[in-house]
Design a protein around this ligand. Structure first.
Ligand SMILES: [Zn+2]
Length: 706
């Protein structure tokens, strides 16, 4: 049997492919034969394990020809079905996982970006469906974009997303959990199951920054991404080993949510483009049975898509097929019974939602890939898998055919995201995702809005954030200023520049950056709120109030900011009314409770302050500021040890909470806990901006004898 690539190159096959596309897409192409002997028959008594490896390129595993040594996943692939042509529907963590877990396209399940979307409560998922079928269900998550607030937790008995417990003090927090910790939690849970179960294990390590544990860092010093991949494979070994000891066979599906560009086509990471570097994903479907030698594996060249995974699992456990899903079971493709093409829709909406660039959509049909942007691209993936030759000019007729296929999908403007809370935005930003208010989509986009023309800006944004993380703020600031000159509507450049300047204590310059954004027509709400807060905190409360009063008064974040400005202006009762209004609009608004607590604290009403602050933390245990204020209450009421714990938590949640860090150092000195005082005081001296904390720095230095 010839491979499909050889077939595809022959002129007759090409003409056939073309005709099939033109006549009836996906109905009758038949060149894909499974190579090997893996079979998977439907069977109700079977566990299901879904492993999603974040940011794993389709060509990164050893079995796919990658550089990383991945013996554990290679062994799994060698005994199962390894798909060579599997694709994601989109290129970001949350929307991709939503497609995997619902079997539906992004415009159907409604999640278009990591920022501002929630899965609807009536959307059935793999977990809700398997739960109904009597499976115990557990999810083990390694990064914030899949936090339970985004809605994928429905149907899981346990949704373990404790990603913020990684040691945080002394370094900038990255809200992720290492693969071995996540795997450990999953192995524990599997060990407790008696009946059949569905487990989902999400590991995040190949995501930037590429910093595997020392052993892998040394071994892959020149390719730290491959080091992360090899380390992830090693970390998954205990999970795969555990399956062999299960009383039932376990269906194992391994895939990635998206890949990583690593500089291809000018993109550093993922999210802007949808080239194969990020759209092509690995896919292994295997079964691990107790005591059974693994069957001979198969290599499957038939196309597979993320939306096919839910139907595949339901098929494999003998459940009735789901209605209202976009995908189809892959079992017939594995057995060789179904060799039809599966047109694959894809999109990348982050550039339009976060930056106002043109939306990217496309479709893959019979190994041809159309990327529909202002400057269209057509690639023949069979012959040109790296997408180096855009053949739109030479193949105009085929562009038309694929455009017609694309038009059968929903191409409306993306459904609008909601505003994330300020805390959630910061955590997304720590992972390198845009954490801002959404941009309004426009009716028309020109060549100048094509991400291909703008990818240099994306590269500069990455370079600036790397410079910032490497503690080179001047270098980062220069890059942001250059970006603003090139594209004065690039909200993220102003946002990051202002944040960085503020952290560095250059508060007036931070304000100037945000005012310049407004002058240039960038009017995203989160930036206006921030400007209001900056003005209030630098003694310009009248100006802050005037600005914040122009914002919609049904926005809890604007209400909180306006309340803070009024408190700074010496108008606490008006401030309190605003915080109460925010609570009225949203009873779960922890920040409003925190602000009321701080008002009580300022009025020296310690009892009510403590009650409000504890309520804030009961609602949202990630509010660093609430811990800082609570620490003050505790210290003033003679509970020094508890105060120290509260401030440690504050600093753990937000290493730039300099007030908390200062209080903590002072109290540790007072209590004679010298080593800890040196540790936290040292951090304060290293990181607090002298222009704001000059006197406090002098005081700490003196107390620590430095
Ligand atoms: Zn991801």
């Amino acid at each position: 049997m010839q491979s499909q690539i050889a077939n595809y190159k022959s002129p007759i096959a090409r003409r056939l492919a073309f005709l099939l596309v033109g006549l009836a897409v996906g109905s009758a192409a038949y060149w894909w034969w499974p190579r090997g002997g893996f079979v998977l028959a439907p069977r109700a008594e079977r566990n299901v394990l879904l492993i999603t490896i974040d940011t794993l390129r389709g060509d990164a595993l050893g079995s796919y020809g990658g550089r990383a040594a991945t013996p554990n996943l290679d062994r799994l692939a060698a005994g199962g079905a390894r798909f060579t042509f599997a694709h994601a529907q989109t290129v970001l963590t949350l929307p991709s996982h939503a497609s995997i877990l619902t079997g539906r396209y992004p415009y159907e399940h409604g999640i278009r970006d990591n920022n501002g979307y929630r899965l609807r409560a009536d959307e059935p998922t793999l977990a809700t469906r398997l739960k109904t079928l009597g499976f115990a269900t557990g999810a083990f998550i390694s990064a914030f974009p899949l936090d339970q607030r985004y809605g994928l937790q429905r149907g899981f008995d346990i949704y373990d997303d404790r990603v913020s417990e990684v040691g945080r003090v002394m370094r900038v927090e990255v809200p992720e959990r290492r693969a071995d910790e996540t795997v450990g939690a999953a192995v524990n849970w599997i060990g407790q199951q008696r009946d059949k179960w569905f487990g989902w294990v999400h590991v995040f390590d190949p995501h930037a920054p590429y910093t595997p544990p020392a052993e892998w860092l040394t071994r892959y010093a020149t390719d730290t991404y491959a080091g992360e991949v090899a380390w992830t494979d090693a970390a998954l070994a205990p999970l795969l080993t555990r399956l062999a000891a299960q009383p039932r066979p376990t269906l194992v599906i391994v895939t990635a949510d998206h890949g990583e560009s690593l500089g291809e086509h000018g993109e550093m990471t993922h999210g802007v483009f949808a080239y194969e570097a990020t759209l092509h994903v690995p896919l292994i479907v295997a079964e691990v049975a107790p005591g059974a030698a693994s069957s001979r594996g198969s290599v499957i060249d038939s196309p597979a898509r993320h939306v096919d995974l839910l139907p595949t699992v339901l098929d494999a456990v003998g459940a009735p097929a789901a209605t209202n899903v976009a995908g189809m079971s892959l079992l017939p493709a594995i057995s060789g019974a179904d060799r039809a093409d599966r047109p694959s829709y894809f999109e990348a909406m982050m550039p339009v939602l976060a930056r106002g660039w043109a939306p990217l959509r496309g479709v893959i049909v019979n190994r041809d890939k159309l990327i529909d942007l202002p400057i269209r691209e057509l690639y023949e993936l069979g012959a040109d898998p790296k997408e180096l030759r855009n053949v739109t000019a030479a193949q105009a007729a085929r562009v038309d055919v694929l455009a017609k296929v694309l038009a059968t999908f929903n191409l409306d403007a993306p459904n609008r995201p909601a505003e994330e809370s300020a805390a959630a935005r910061e955590r997304l930003r720590a992972l390198g995702y845009t954490g801002g208010s959404p941009v309004m989509p426009r009716d028309r986009y020109t060549d100048a809005d094509d991400p291909k023309r703008l990818i240099e800006l994306d590269k500069l944004l990455h370079r600036a954030s790397e410079a910032y993380l490497a503690r080179k703020p001047a270098e980062a600031a220069a890059i942001y200023q250059d970006l603003i000159k090139r594209r004065p509507d690039l909200a993220d450049a102003y946002r990051s520049l202002a944040f960085m300047l503020w952290q560095a204590g250059q508060r007036e310059l931070a304000i100037t950056a945000l005012e310049m954004a407004m002058k240039n027509g960038v009017t995203q709400r989160d930036m206006q709120v921030k400007l209001g807060l900056y003005l209030a905190e630098t003694g310009q409360s009248a100006k802050a109030i005037a600005l914040l009063e122009t914002l919609p008064q049904d926005d809890t974040e604007a209400l909180n900011a306006l309340g803070i400005a009024k408190a700074h202006a010496g108008r606490p009762s008006e401030a309190r009314q605003l915080f109460l209004r925010a609570i009225e609009l949203d009873a779960t608004n922890g920040l409003a409770h925190q602000n009321i607590g701080t008002l009580h604290l300022q009025a020296n009403d310690l009892k009510n302050a403590e009650a409000s602050l504890r309520q804030a933390l009961a609602i949202d245990p990630t509010l660093a500021g609430a811990y800082t204020s609570l620490g003050v209450v505790l210290a003033q009421t003679g509970r020094a040890a508890d105060a120290i714990d509260a401030w440690k938590r504050a600093v753990g949640l937000d290493p730039t909470d300099f007030d908390g860090l200062f209080n903590l150092t002072l109290e540790l000195v007072k209590q004679g806990r010298k080593d800890e005082a040196q540790q936290y005081g040292g951090l304060f001296l290293q990181t607090a901006p002298p222009s704001v904390y000059g006197q406090d720095i002098a005081r700490v230095r003196q107390m620590l004898g430095r």
